[in-house]
Design a protein around this ligand. Sequence first.
Ligand code: SAH
Length: 247
Amino acid sequence: MATNNRHDNIRIVLVNTSHPGNIGGAARAMKNMALSELYLVQPREYPAPRAVWRAAGARELLSSARVVDSVDAAIEGCGLVIGTSARERRIPWPLIDPRECGRRIWHEASEHPTALLFGREDRGLTNDELQKCHYHVHIPANSDYSSLNLACAVQVLAYEIRMAAIHETDELSQAFSEWDQPLATADNLERFHCHLKETMTEIGFLDPDNPKQLTTRMRRLFNRVRMDEMEVSILRGLLSSVQRLRR
Ligand code: SAH
C-alpha cells in the first residue's frame, strides 16, 4: 500500500475560510485519514486559537500548513485539480462522485501532485476557481439540504482517498502511467489559457466586452482532454505564430 511519497502529493486546499474552527476540523479529518498537505488560501482569521482547539491531536498539520495568496499558488505544479461543489452550476463540468474522486486522486498521486479545492462556508468556490479544475466532485447529500459543513466535507472526501489507498486497484479507465510525457501542470495550463484568451482577443474572435461563455467553454474543453506538457507547448507555439502573423 501507501508510500509516504504519495500522500505528499495530495493537497487539501481550503479557499478563503471564514471560521478558524473549520480549519482545525479539516486538519483533524486529514490526519485521521493519513493526509498532511494542508493549503490555506487567504484564510479570514488565521492563526487562531479556535483552529488549534478543533485540530486536537492534529496540531502539527496547522503548523506545517501553507498559507498562500491565491488558488493559483496553491495548485502550482499539480497535474490534477478537483473542485468540490455543493450544488449544480450553470455550465456543467465533468462531475464525479466521492468514490471516483478518491480513486483518481490516489491513483494520480503516484505520478504528480494533486489538489482538492474546498470553498467558502457561505458561497463555495467562485466560477473562476471551479474553471481551473479538471473535475468537480459533489457529495450526493439530501437534495433538500445538500451543503455539508466544510470540515465534514473534507472528512468525507479524505475518507474516500483512504479507502482507495486501502483497496487499491488499477481499474481506472483513463490511466496515464504509461504516457510518454508528464501531464501539464496547473500553472502551465493557466499560462496557456491566458495566451489563448490574448490571441483570441487580438484576432477579433473574442470580444472582451461580450465574451459570452467562450473562455469558460475553452477551459472546459482543454480540462477534459488532460493535455501533456508537450501538447501545451505545441499549442502555445501555434498561438505565437498566429500572433506574429496578426502583428
Ligand atoms: N453555500 C455554499 C456551500 C458552501 S459549503 C454553496 O452554495 O456553494 C462549504 C464547502 O464545503 C463547499 O465549498 C465545498 O467545498 C464543501 N461542501 C459542502 N457540501 C458539499 C457537497 N455536498 N459536495 C461537495 N462539497 C461540499
